[in-house]
Design a protein around this ligand. Structure first.
Ligand SMILES: Cc1cc2nc3c(=O)[nH]c(=O)nc-3n(C[C@H](O)[C@H](O)[C@H](O)COP(=O)(O)O)c2cc1C
Length: 173
């Protein structure tokens, strides 16, 4: 009881002082997988690493992730007709970092991928992928939430790449 009260008081204090480092640290305590999201827009391919992916609905099948409003590929993701999500495998840490930098073309260079019927690209060796039509864009602070309807998907049983407190880790080995 006493411990809970202390924790709540600490969290309250952090929000009051707008301590972004502390907020990021607290949010980073939520363990996630790591995805590479891609889209095709005006004839070009765009991709980035994200850990904001989550599942939303089974019927109809829907997922979401959120894109920073300042991301260079923000317009491509919010204006295109859809996106694909590749959930990375435990041995794909390099790919996770690769898709955080460089031009759109550089990000796809040297990475084994294939193109789906929709025209969107997925990463070979991913533990699962989802191809989605963009259903709704919900503005939320410094991000936009991209809700997608799943058109096609696949998965396998390989260990997945996880992310917790700023560290990559192997999940499900
Ligand atoms: C582990 C990890 C998770 C990330 N998750 C997201 C995310 O969910 N949404 C997002 O917009 N950027 C996320 N990023 C940052 C983008 O990958 C990176 O800033 C972006 O590719 C750079 O975009 P730009 O050069 O196109 O602006 C993440 C980065 C890392 C390393």
């Amino acid at each position: 009881m006493r411990k809970t009260e202390t924790m709540n008081a600490d969290a309250h204090l952090n929000l009051e002082t707008l301590n972004h480092a502390a907020l990021k640290r607290a949010m980073g305590c939520f363990a996630t997988g790591i995805a590479v999201v891609t889209t095709q827009y005006e004839g070009g391919d765009f991709g980035m690493t994200c850990n904001s992916f989550n599942t939303v609905s089974l019927d109809p099948p829907m997922v979401l992730w959120s894109v920073q409003k300042t991301a260079s590929s923000h317009a491509a993701f919010t204006r295109s007709s859809g996106y694909s999500v590749s959930l990375l495998a435990a041995d794909q840490r390099d790919i996770a970092m690769h898709f955080t930098r460089g031009t759109p073309a550089e990000r796809f260079s040297g990475v084994a991928t294939h193109r789906l019927d929709s025209g969107r690209i997925v990463v070979d060796g991913a533990v699962a992928w989802f191809d989605c039509a963009l259903d709704n864009v919900v503005p939320a602070g410094d991000h936009d939430v991209l809700i997608g309807r799943v058109l096609d998907f696949a998965s396998n049983d390989r260990p997945a790449l996880g992310y917790l407190r700023g560290q990559f880790m192997e999940l499900g080995a």
